[in-house]
Design a protein around this ligand. Structure first.
Ligand SMILES: C[C@@H]1O/C(=N\OC(=O)Nc2ccccc2)[C@@H](O)[C@H](O)[C@@H]1O
Length: 473
């Protein structure tokens, strides 16, 4: 009897593909990750190929621009309501003066198109609870301002018209809603927060009905205990929204698991379609990404997302921003640059200039950015490798630091040989020198490039070579 039972168990184990090598989840979860590995449908493959995105933070906080009563708030300007120098009542009445006379969504979309962005994420409701769309679930919305019109609809329509995909930023934390709770410490907290969760789901489903063209949500304000204790709700909300809008893309900031873990569940698995933790930071190595899809959201100043009259500290140059973009794509991520429009609906001069400079560079070099991925060759000091996800025998070198020798070292993985090297811009052929082992030098003409530039490498497989460049498909 025992031997037949054991035999049956062995057959069951091997028929279910169980093997010692496979990582088994040690903690049973109802609301952890429901997918292991990357999401590979057509919508997510499109997201994966974006490369460059735009973030826009715009709202009542833009009116104050980080200043109040002649004093400057040193935190992020969109958090000024939390500053104890500013009475909530003063902040909450700002909507009476919100009237962006110079707002023109087509001009915003045109600037983004020239910059070369493939997707935009716009704040529909930040932590202050003010809605830039005419929500029927709260009167604290754009229709009750002097401006009156639906800002979100204008942006969704204008960006979609020029071929830029639209994602809606939505803060779960809502300082204006009386049912919002930071924690659930009593029965009354739970009753209020249950009302709040219904309000939240209603607003999100309302946005899906009103703006069916959108491709996803960008959730924020989900770090407090009240939400960490709402893992089951966050899981069902995620599923409900995707049932209403198949293909919807939602990152790792929405959900909490059975034990309140966020971004990665209690078994270390990513919850969400991509990792949303890289805010104003970029992974250093491919290992840091754990092979997940991810996005870096970056500010031009050191911090602060909404318009600030005074940008404190270092203002990133367009060359620095282009290098961040290249680094993100070389590590299988997207780079999303934030803009904080003024209360009148225009952008500050530095933002317009950076959008132009990035766009001018993208016009020449976007082949090495759009639909490109990580190459698992040894990182070199001169810059970053990317490879088109559609072509196995091509690798791009995005060069930022030309060595005084003019010789760029390349160390492909074994059995990959370099056949040709040439400048992407102008096709000028470059000489390739074979070094010992499988390394090469690509020799640059001493033309003293002033801008980051791209070298195209055409490769071939060695005798018994196989292309082991990290490929998605
Ligand atoms: C994009 C930014 O997102 C935020 N907060 O993000 C985070 O809290 N990020 C975070 C927190 C801990 C670890 C990593 C990222 C907001 O508070 C801020 O106003 C802005 O909208």
């Amino acid at each position: 009897w025992l031997s037949s039972g054991l035999l049956a168990l062995l057959i069951l184990l091997f028929s279910t593909g169980y093997s010692q090598s496979e990582k088994q989840d040690t903690i049973p979860l109802l609301h952890g990750a429901h997918r292991i590995g990357k999401r590979m449908d057509v919508d997510m493959n499109r997201w994966r190929g974006y490369g460059l995105g735009q973030f826009i933070h715009w709202g009542l906080y833009s009116i104050l621009g980080g200043d109040y009563n002649g004093k400057h708030y040193n935190g992020a300007a969109e958090w000024i309501r939390s500053w104890n120098q500013l009475p909530n009542a003063v902040y909450d009445s700002l909507y009476k003066q919100f009237n962006p006379k110079d707002f023109n969504a087509d001009k915003w979309a045109a600037m983004a198109k020239q910059m070369g962005v493939k997707y935009v994420t716009i704040t529909t409701k930040h932590h202050d609870g003010f809605c830039l769309w005419p929500s029927k679930y709260t009167s604290y919305n754009i229709s009750n301002t002097p401006y009156k019109k639906d800002i979100i609809k204008q942006i969704v329509d204008a960006y979609t018209k020029v071929g830029i995909d639209v994602y809606l930023y939505f803060s779960v934390m809502d300082w204006h809603n009386p049912d919002w709770r930071y924690d659930l410490k009593s029965a009354s907290d739970t009753i209020a927060f249950n009302k709040f969760k219904k309000f939240t789901q209603s607003q999100l489903e309302e946005q899906l009905r009103m703006y069916p063209q959108i491709k996803g949500f960008w959730f924020d304000g989900t770090w407090d205990n009240s939400w960490k204790k709402s893992g089951a709700f966050s899981d069902s909300l995620d599923q409900d929204l995707k049932r209403i809008h198949p293909g919807l893309i939602i990152g790792s900031r929405l959900r909490a698991d059975d034990y309140g873990k966020r971004h990665f569940d209690s078994n270390g698995r990513l919850m969400g379609d991509y990792e949303q933790g890289w805010e104003r930071t970029i992974p250093e190595t491919f290992a840091d990404t754990h092979g997940n899809d991810w996005e870096c959201d970056m500010t031009i100043p050191e911090n602060g997302w909404g318009y600030a009259k005074q940008w404190m500290g270092h203002w990133k140059t367009s060359d620095e921003l282009i290098e961040m973009l290249a680094k993100c794509v070389s590590l299988d991520g997207n780079f999303v640059l934030n803009f904080g429009p003024k209360p009148n609906g225009t952008f500050r001069q530095k933002e317009v200039a950076d959008a132009k400079a990035i766009g001018d560079w993208m016009k020449i070099n976007n082949t090495a950015i759009y639909n490109c991925a990580h190459v698992n060759w040894e990182k070199q000091d001169w810059g970053y490798f990317t490879t088109p996800t559609s072509q196995d025998d091509k690798v791009y070198m995005i060069v930022f630091n030309v060595p005084v020798s003019g010789a760029l070292r390349v160390l492909p993985t074994k059995n990959i040989l370099l056949k040709k090297a040439y400048l992407l811009d102008g096709d000028k052929q470059l000489s390739i020198e074979k070094l010992d082992g499988s390394a090469y030098f690509v020799h640059l003409p001493n033309e003293g490039q002033k801008q980051p530039f791209v070298v195209v490498l055409e490769t071939e497989k060695g005798k018994n070579g196989k292309q082991d460049i990290n490929k998605h498909i």
